[in-house]
Write a protein that binds this ligand. Sequence first.
Ligand code: 13P
Ligand code: SF4
Length: 323
Amino acid sequence: MNETINKEFLISEINRLRKEKNALIMAHYYQRPELQDLADFVGDSLALAQYARKTDAPMIIVCGVHFMGETAKILCPEKKVLVPDPTAGCSLADSQKAEDLKKWKQQHLDYTVISYVNTSAAVKALTDIVVTSSNALKIVNSLPQDEKILFGPDYNLGNYINSLTGRRMQLWNGACHVHEKFSIEHLIELKKQYPDAKVLAHPECRGALLKLADVIGSTQALLKEAIESQCNEFIVATEAGILHKMQAACPEKLFIPVRPEVSESEMCDNNFSPCACNECNFMRQNTLEKLYLCLRDETGEIFVEPDIAEQAVKPIERMLALS
Ligand code: 13P
Ligand code: SF4
């Protein structure tokens, strides 16, 4: 009961404060359902960047991870950009530091650097073109076939693009701890159990899993497929937050999440059954209460050093122009 009152209070305060401060609330599809429901706009990484750039609101609250807040700040330096929990990182972004990229570039002097948007502002500042999972194929295809490319930090996305284009981009060996862990065995079991289901997978999943997928795409592309497809059953290999929007848009369809591989030590406490969590712990750091506090106290502001921002905006703008 208390919890309900608390939740109602938080929602009404968030609604009051967002109006008072003329704040825009954006959320990624991996956010908790209650945050997605409150947001003015929910999207994938590309859509969030595009939306941030065109808003007139003086304050943008990014319910997402730190690099998403940074991207919004780089694109809108004059606006106040806040993330409810700015300590929300990303295992993929962490897998390549600016120092790593500097060294890699020194070893490959005549290469074009393509970086996934899941990177720090400092990595973007050393990049030629940023991509997201929505536009990586299109952007790589826009470059001459013989262009030498360093692609990072997501190995799986890079490997997938190499397989589609026949290119030999040099790949950084980074990965997302959620997508890397989906169990191929479980996916095979589910395919037997639901032979008519379509398999939807994010390109951050391992290549062996992607081979079993019917549709591979960004969160937004997978949601679109779920809505537009004639199919009524879907096996979903991406972070579980997307199921909220899929189920809301298609209440009559069945969405079955793929389970991650788990070792014995990672088994859930509930009767030692395998854990079915496929949630990004970083994305889940944002909560209703933190959103309220961030709006009320204007905490969680994102700052990007001006010299870094000046460099980082170029590859992001290049991406937006090519999207
Ligand atoms: P999307 O751009 O597809 O939403 O992906 C973001 C992300 O963090 C995937 O793990
Ligand atoms: Fe990063 Fe993976 Fe979480 Fe996406 S799901 S924010 S890539 S850790």
